[in-house]
Design a protein around this ligand. Structure first.
Ligand code: COA
Length: 297
């Protein structure tokens, strides 16, 4: 689908995207590039980075890849510094790297829980912390009045509760809390906007195939009235919006992009039954004089 945004919406910007070699992260990289940004992607696997970078450059997008694990502070620092050395500035940091798997709470070890927290929550904070010097107003390559943008990709799992994802829910809750707190502190002190996007189930992603097997999707449609899959494009367009000037007054917001799915509840009464039942109850209460105890009627 074509973008509704101007092709130069992100012209001149430099974006560093963790997990940018595949899935949602790659689509954000591609769309940022198509809207004029230069791209650095960070990921653990060299061959994934290589094919992502060649896909981007074949579209005419300036792109480079740096191998690194967001769990390692020295990797985070090296990749942020290398991005700055390569492009001379950093305007946008997108934290899209994530780790997850399905496990019931009773089968999950503390180390399994910690591993996902380390990647999603600690990794996001570490990247933000390392990028701060380049993103703040007056930082290297920036003027003294405008800071950059951080965009953290979380989820909607923790808005309610999610089966077999206590570790991921806890991690994403921490990511959202980090987004809001950094928005407050760094928005005020450094003119850095910090926002989040909470994707619902997005088709054709590694996360989706790990967390929501096909047979579950078809069952979910029966009991979740709003169930439909999103596309990576949906998340990328929300990202372009938040990163463009259209988002200049948006700070500390976590935008769910899930078609309203997290609001889904099974319908406990058919619509017609509600109409009838509700009228009967209303009539009864109107015919009952106020203040007269039930026993006197
Ligand atoms: N069920 C239960 N526990 C699991 C598990 C599973 N499916 N997969 C891993 N674990 C546990 C391990 O048993 C281990 O705990 P232990 O030491 O108590 O046994 C702990 O998690 C760490 O596992 P390990 O395989 O050593 O971690 P890793 O660093 O190699 O991999 C993961 C990290 C597990 C998150 C891996 O899935 C990953 O790298 N994911 C990134 C890609 C991804 O998930 N993409 C989707 C993005 S939405």
């Amino acid at each position: 689908m074509d973008s509704p945004f101007k092709q130069d919406a992100l012209k001149g910007k430099v974006a560093l995207i963790t997990g940018g070699g595949s899935g949602i992260g790659f689509e954000i990289s591609r769309q940022f590039g198509k809207h004029g940004a230069s791209i650095a992607i960070m990921g653990r696997r060299q061959h994934v980075l290589d094919s992502a970078v060649s896909a981007l450059t074949s579209l005419g997008i300036p792109a480079t890849g740096f191998v690194g694990d967001v769990r390692k502070q020295e990797d985070a620092r090296r990749v942020v510094e290398s991005t700055f050395q390569h492009y001379g500035r950093i305007d946008i940091l997108v934290n899209a790297a994530a780790g997850n798997f399905l496990a019931s709470a009773e089968d999950l070890s503390s180390n399994g829980f910690r591993t996902v927290l380390d990647i999603d929550a600690v990794g996001t904070f570490t990247m933000c912390r390392e990028a701060l010097v380049y993103l703040k107003k007056g930082g290297p390559g920036r003027n003294s009045s405008s800071g950059g943008l951080i965009l953290n990709i979380s989820a909607t799992l923790h808005y309610t509760a999610s089966w077999y994802q206590v570790h991921v829910s806890a991690a994403k809750a921490a990511v959202d809390a980090t987004t809001r707190n950094l928005a407050l502190e760094w928005g005020t002190d450094y003119d850095i906007r910090v926002n989040g996007i909470a994707p619902g189930p997005i088709g054709d992603t590694p996360g989706m195939s790990k967390l929501v097997p096909d047979e579950i999707i078809s069952k979910a449609r029966d009991y979740m009235p709003l169930y439909k899959l999103g596309e990576k494009w949906d998340i990328a367009m929300a990202s372009v919006y938040l990163a463009s000037d259209a988002g200049k007054y948006i700070n500390g917001t976590i935008l769910p992009v899930d078609g309203g799915l997290w609001l889904s509840r099974p319908r406990h009464l058919p619509k017609d039954a509600v109409k009838q039942l509700s009228r009967v109850v209303e009539k009864k209460s109107r015919n009952t004089p106020v203040g007269v105890p039930k026993s006197k009627l």
